[in-house]
Ligand binder design. Structure first.
Ligand code: NAD
Length: 532
């Protein structure tokens, strides 16, 4: 295992200078109303060393940021979609050119591997690319027939909401904050973005790059602070909220948005199952499951925490999966190079929470097949890839999202029972099925209660398909991102109806029984001629 010194000195890449960090932290809207909050100390996860101070916004700062973004939004909304897209065409190039610095900043705050940080950096590029191709079509007014063909018509116009609050978590801090802001901006909105304190640097750099690409400076503002401190003012000053995070916080955000009668999109947690059918090809399943469970050290909303394996392949699956997890663990390292394939958890605090789930399961009778220990010798927040068996309902890990590199394997014989168990959760974000019989797997997909179902894949097949809306059902969320719906949600639909001749209103000169007869005849005729 690669090791590095920690507990004081940073190991930051040369690209990351104090000048860059100061420039980025200087972008946070804070101190505008004279009030000041104590700054937040950002640390490098690999070492625990302080890398800079992040200003904290007060509610007054949030209101000021919203006002600024609103003022800029009016001019932005008056531009054609084509002209707005020109900014994002430049942003696409800039983001690709700056991939390494973005990945450095992601790694500093998250402690994830280089490979994962690079993959994350590419997500906004993919989202931009998708909407560069489709936004004009999606946002174009759609003319539809009116009640009276030819004489009347109606049309859907898509008008920007105004100001969108984007609230992002720490696990994919760059991808989520930028990829969720981009469609809001393309649709003609202003954005006030609130990243998590721990991982704000990469988000700030993403915003800097959007501005460098030509986005009006005030159109997107970044506020930082503790959620409960800045959140309420942010929601109260917005016309729509795009939130990604835990189900508990999502409920609080949804309640406030509901009270304000504004829309919201809530992308929340999961307790995602994988089903390995008896005809699955284990040569594919093992690496697929390793990535689905341990990718991003298990800190992905769509990652797998429960695996149901058919009795016929169970023992071989367990043997090979445990061995592969141990090989993965042996590559762990605190490094900005691409060598380690397994990274840190985001913080010591989070690592303790993950360890507590494992300890609780073990204390109540679960067996650890591999892992189950922290690795302070590699970095302060490292925890081994961990596989459990014998997990029962009273253990936290059975039902609560662990959000770490921990998974339980369950054996099944009856497919219906496996589906029932997979669905026995309050969550409904993602599910994965492995089988060589695609038709059978697709039939099973229809029975799984999840907003995303990946066949012969863990979660990348659905998440990377920017063409198709993706979101959670049950307590995993409200609304979707990606696809046409992921852009249209940032707009209000305005119905513009036109009457070319006065035929729809009742004519006072005509006796009522004649009017009624004419109406009934029109309704019957329209139905017969399939006019409506
Ligand atoms: P979290 O809910 O604690 O925080 C998310 C964000 O909300 C942070 O920026 C936080 O500061 C802010 N926040 C907290 N309280 C707030 C309040 N009262 N008002 C406004 N903002 C507030 O979640 P987390 O621990 O940062 O992220 C991990 C969770 O996110 C996991 O449950 C994971 O499954 C989920 N997640 C979901 C998706 C998805 O697409 N469904 C993607 C990534 C992460």
């Amino acid at each position: 295992m690669e090791t590095t010194t920690h507990g004081g000195a940073t190991t930051l890449p040369q690209r990351i200078t104090t000048t860059l960090i100061d420039r980025l932290t200087g972008m946070v809207v804070a101190g505008t109303a004279g009030q000041s909050r104590a700054p937040y100390e950002m640390i490098e996860v690999y070492t625990g060393a302080v890398v800079g101070e992040l200003p904290q916004s007060s509610p007054e700062d949030v209101a000021a940021a919203a006002e600024r973004a609103r003022a800029a939004q009016r001019e932005w909304a008056s531009r054609s979609v084509k002209s707005r897209l020109e900014v994002f065409a430049r942003a696409h190039e800039l983001l690709l050119a700056e991939l390494d610095t973005i990945a450095d900043l992601i790694q500093i705050g998250c402690g994830k591997t280089r490979r994962m940080a690079i993959e994350e950096s590419c997500d906004p590029v993919m989202v931009i690319s998708h909407y560069l191709k489709h936004a004009e079509r999606i946002l174009k007014p759609i003319r539809r027939g009116g009640a009276m063909p030819v004489i009347s018509s109606s049309a859907e116009h898509h008008r920007p909401k105004g100001l969108v609050a984007v609230i992002a978590p720490w696990n994919f801090p760059f991808a989520i904050s930028i990829s969720d802001s981009v469609p809001a901006l393309i649709a003609g909105n202003g954005v006030v973005l609130k990243p998590d304190n721990k991982t704000a640097l990469c988000t700030l750099y993403g915003v800097e790059l959007l501005r460098r690409a030509g986005l009006p400076r005030d159109l997107i503002q970044v506020v930082c602070g503790a959620g409960p401190d800045v959140g309420p003012t942010l929601i109260d000053n917005s016309d729509y909220v795009m939130f990604t995070g835990s189900t508990a916080t999502g409920r609080t955000i949804g309640e406030r948005a509901g009270r304000n009668l504004i829309g919201c999109s809530l992308e929340l947690g999961g307790k995602n199952p994988m089903l390995v059918l008896e005809d699955a090809n284990l040569d594919d399943v093992i690496p697929g499951a390793i990535f689905a469970v341990f990718g991003n050290s298990g800190q992905a909303c769509m990652h797998i925490e429960r695996i149901y394996v058919h009795d016929r392949v169970h023992d071989e699956f367990v043997r090979r999966f445990v061995s592969a997890a141990e090989q993965l663990g042996a590559t762990a390292g605190a490094s900005y190079t691409a060598d380690p394939e397994f990274g840190s958890l985001v913080s010591v605090e989070h690592m303790k929470r993950v360890a507590a789930h494992v300890d609780d399961a073990v204390a109540k009778g679960a067996t650890v097949l591999t892992g189950g220990k922290a690795r302070p010798d590699i970095g302060p927040a490292f925890y081994e890839p961990t596989i459990l068996t014998g997990v029962t309902a009273e253990m936290d890990h059975a039902t609560v999202e662990t959000f770490g590199p921990v998974v339980t394997i369950y054996r099944y014989t009856d497919e219906n029972e496996a589906v029932r168990q997979a669905n026995a959760t309050t969550y409904g974000l993602n599910a994965s099925i492995w089988s060589t019989d695609l038709a059978r797997a697709e039939r099973m997909a229809d029975r799984l209660e999840a907003g995303n179902v990946n066949i012969n894949d863990g979660f990348v097949a659905t998440y990377s398909a920017k063409t198709t809306p993706s979101g959670g059902i049950k307590q995993s969320g409200v609304g979707t991102r990606h696809g046409d719906a992921g852009l249209l949600k940032y707009t209000d639909t305005i119905n513009v109806g036109v009457q070319k001749k006065q035929v729809l209103s009742a004519r006072s000169a005509m006796p009522f029984d004649k009017q009624l007869k004419s109406t009934l005849m029109t309704l019957r005729l329209s139905r017969r001629l399939r006019i409506r």
